[in-house]
Write a protein that binds this ligand. Structure first.
Ligand code: 5GP
Ligand code: MN
Length: 329
């Protein structure tokens, strides 16, 4: 089902008492914020919830105690519980089924509602509430929980603001609209603390990440008359500083900040020969189109995809050529 809103989702939620909440692999602030907020909010309505992700969560997000407490990693025990005790599955912030990892193979066993703000969403649920005008999935969660008359406390308000803050680059990206500020203001009135969030996200950088940044900058390359900036993080570079791939800093935004750069790109190896490619643009290039071309997805200014290769230099060259053409034609 297409073109639904929070009212349709709310009426489905009212019919179920045991609700599974699913987030995406390589989880980001919006994914964990949406899961924890839904979990807290639905529990206030007397529902039983189980929030799961088929991946590890980065250390910087585990700084929020509720993330560790509320989100479980998929394992055989959780799998059993999923099947025996839950009927409705809400999938948050995941634009296509491959984004939920191994949970994809269980989709047909559940009534599935997708809640997402990616323009590249493939509408793979039984019901799909997709709104690309929203700065974050967490912004949609606020709309939904407010419609359900959930009584926000400080904890819920802060956890809900986390995803809105991180997905909008703390209210500066193009996806920051008037509605984003209205929701943030309302969450602040309910006790959300933006500087608590910012200190955890920005004030907690391990010094090893700065050393890694130095190495990434030493590999920085520019192309297309300085419009493209790109670099590489290999497993070897991470192990030099004992950084786990899931904890690798993104750094792509630092490359985008360079004068004249329109598209920034970081190739990060997270398993041997398996790379995640992060794309960002500054003002006009639609990087979601580039990511789609390579089997991924995302937003106009932030997108990504994965590639498997034993010759990353060759792949980088091919992708840079493709983007050069994309920008110059
Ligand atoms: P990041 O570069 O921070 O990993 O991702 C930026 C944006 O692109 C996020 O909104 C994320 O959901 C999306 N994205 C990143 N990688 C993939 C991917 O492999 N597939 C899809 N569909 N979206 C991705
Ligand atoms: Mn998001």
């Amino acid at each position: 089902m297409h073109d639904v809103d929070e009212k349709v989702v709310a009426s489905e939620i009212k019919k179920s008492n045991n609700i599974l909440l699913v987030g995406h692999i390589l989880p980001d602030g919006d994914a964990v914020s949406s899961l924890v907020s839904m979990s807290l909010g639905l529990e206030k309505l007397g529902k039983r919830t189980l929030a799961i992700i088929d991946d590890e969560i980065g250390e910087y997000l585990l700084e929020f105690p509720l993330v560790k407490e509320k989100i479980k990693r998929l394992d055989s025990e959780i799998e059993q519980m999923m099947f025996n005790e839950f009927d409705l599955m809400l999938i948050l912030d995941a634009s296509s089924p491959d984004r939920i990892g191994r949970i994809e193979k269980y989709l047909s066993y559940f009534h599935v509602i997708v809640i997402d703000h990616h323009i590249t969403n493939t509408y793979y649920g039984n019901i799909n509430w997709v709104d690309p005008s929203m700065g974050a999935t967490a912004q949609m969660i606020y709309k939904l929980l407010s419609f359900l008359n959930v009584d926000y406390d400080e904890q819920l308000a802060t956890m809900n603001l986390l995803g809105i803050a991180t997905d909008t680059g703390f209210f500066k990206y193009e996806n920051t609209g008037a509605e984003t500020f209205r929701v943030a203001a309302s969450l602040t009135e309910k006790g959300a603390n933006i500087s608590y969030i910012s200190n955890r996200i920005h004030g907690n950088t391990p010094v090893e990440h700065i050393y890694l940044y130095r190495d990434v900058i030493s590999k920085l390359k520019l192309a297309s008359k300085g419009m493209i900036a790109y670099s590489l993080i290999t497993l070897g570079m991470l192990s030099k500083y004992n950084i786990l791939p899931k904890d690798s800093p993104s750094l792509v935004e630092n490359l985008r900040s360079i004068k004249g750069v329109e598209v920034a790109m970081v190739f990060q190896e997270y398993e041997k020969n398996l790379y995640h490619v992060s794309l960002r643009s500054k003002e006009w290039a639609d990087v979601s189109k580039i990511a789609l071309e390579f089997g991924g997805g995302g937003h106009p200014r932030a997108a990504g995809f994965s590639i498997r290769t034993d010759n990353i230099d060759f792949e980088i060259q091919k992708i840079v050529e493709y983007i050069t053409n994309f920008l110059e034609n």
